[in-house]
Write a protein that binds this ligand. Structure first.
Ligand SMILES: C[S@@+](CC[C@H](N)C(=O)[O-])C[C@H]1O[C@@H](n2cnc3c(N)ncnc32)[C@H](O)[C@@H]1O
Length: 222
């Protein structure tokens, strides 16, 4: 099925109670769940975000490992995450939601300190200088993440891109943020949290097939 057909099916033929698709205008005017995610999930469990979740494998995988946390995958392309949303509904996972929105709006989607942890999985490294503003670990994005995270909240970056890995490490060191853990090959190095790092996404599988190493950084913003 082509992606256009998938989107059509996603939009018209199925009811996804775990998907929220607010318009940018609605978000900017005051998003209904900002500060009220506990009412969406019906509990006060910690909230874990996956930014640029694609098909949602990490969001669903983390939610299976941590049923006592609520997991929200965010992506601008809803046609991708319908798969994860469907899996979560079929498996009666009430700790999963997907949000179709821009990551740039994350501090309008969540209140200060409302999020306990963030995962950034295989973001486009945006290597060209003029694309720096779109790089998901640039200083502007880090400030947005800091706003919505609980004090000491963890951020995890998993990427095949040596460029993205090096850029982020350099930036964190330069800005004096805390690097909790870092390695160049999550499947060879010991000490990484293996169970959660073993979740593999669509993009990760493509990179692994090409023989690329998968790198990981876990950090805190001071
Ligand atoms: C390279 S894909 C990785 C997808 C998934 N994490 C994986 O590993 O398979 C990057 C994803 O980030 C999403 N994305 C990129 N920039 C975004 C933004 N500014 N706001 C929301 N989603 C974005 C894209 O739509 C895409 O699904």
């Amino acid at each position: 099925m082509g992606s256009k057909n998938k989107l059509k099916r996603f939009k018209e033929n199925e009811t996804f109670t775990n998907v929220i698709q607010p318009s940018r205008e609605d978000v900017m005017a005051g998003f209904e769940y900002k500060g009220k995610w506990a009412s969406f999930f019906g509990n006060n469990n910690p909230i874990v975000l996956e930014l640029g979740c694609g098909k949602g494998e990490y969001t669903v995988g983390l939610a299976q490992i941590n049923p006592d946390k609520n997991h929200i995958g965010i992506d601008i392309k809803g046609a991708r995450f319908w798969r994860g949303a469907k899996t979560a509904l079929e498996e009666n996972m009430d700790n999963v939601a997907f949000l179709r929105s821009q990551i740039e709006l994350v501090d309008h989607l969540f209140a200060e300190g409302e999020v306990s942890e963030i995962w950034i999985t295989f973001p486009d490294p945006q290597i060209k200088y003029k694309r720096t503003k779109h790089r998901m670990t640039n200083p502007e994005f880090l400030e947005r993440y800091k706003k919505i995270l609980v004090p000491g909240g963890l951020i995890n970056l998993k990427t095949d891109s040596e460029y993205m890995h090096g850029y982020t490490l350099g930036l964190l060191q330069g800005l004096g943020h805390e690097i909790v853990y870092s390695n160049h090959d999550v499947y060879k190095n010991e000490g990484a949290p293996q169970e959660v790092l073993g979740i593999q996404t669509f993009y990760e599988n493509q990179y692994l097939e090409k023989g690329k190493s998968i790198t990981y950084i876990q950090f805190r913003i001071n």
